[in-house]
Design a protein around this ligand. Structure first.
Ligand code: NI
Length: 175
């Protein structure tokens, strides 16, 4: 396994509609494992393939983030929301591609999701609480949508300006 570089917004690869994974092969397996390692290392609770520059429909997540929780690493290939609750909930969201920025986003409180596992088999599961927020946030990534796209334009622009500045600082540091 290897850590992958996480893209920072703004980046055109984070705005792409990702393509479905057609075959679960060794390359996809390696990508999923690398993404899990990268997510835990960050640390974060979710990571979508476009965030590491691969514009395919694959995400990883593990919301068992409290000390002493048993980890539950999940790999979702071609995930689709097939049902959402009318009840909504608000979470203070963040994103590994938008470091240190948080904002409240309202989403359906519960969702049922269908995807393909690494074994190529279909899976369905209903998520609530943080898991529901996380899976929706990550599926958004596969459609080129960031959590800041749910915010008012002014707030989104403010965060984007900070990220442009941050990227310049990073580039300078490395150069
Ligand atoms: Ni994100």
């Amino acid at each position: 396994m290897a850590l992958r570089n996480i893209l920072i917004h703004p980046d055109p690869r984070l705005k792409k509609q990702c393509t479905p994974v057609t075959e679960v092969n060794k390359e996809i397996e390696r990508l999923a494992n690398d993404m899990l390692e990268t997510m835990y290392d960050a640390p974060g609770i979710g990571l979508a393939a476009p965030q590491v520059g691969v514009t395919q429909r694959l995400l990883v997540m593990d919301c068992m983030k409290e000390e002493g929780d048993t980890p539950r690493p999940m790999v979702l290939i071609n995930p689709e929301v097939i049902w959402e609750s009318e009840d909504r909930s608000i979470y203070d969201e963040g994103c590994l591609s938008i470091p240190d920025q948080y904002a409240e986003v309202e989403r359906p409180a519960e969702v049922k999701v269908r995807w393909m596992g690494l074994d190529g088999k279909p899976v369905e599961e209903q998520f609530d609480a943080l898991w529901a927020t996380c899976v929706q946030h990550e599926i958004d990534h596969l459609n080129g949508t960031l959590f800041i796209d749910h915010l008012k334009p002014l707030k989104r622009q403010m965060i984007t300006r900070k990220m442009v500045k941050l990227k310049k600082e990073i580039a300078r540091g490395r150069g």
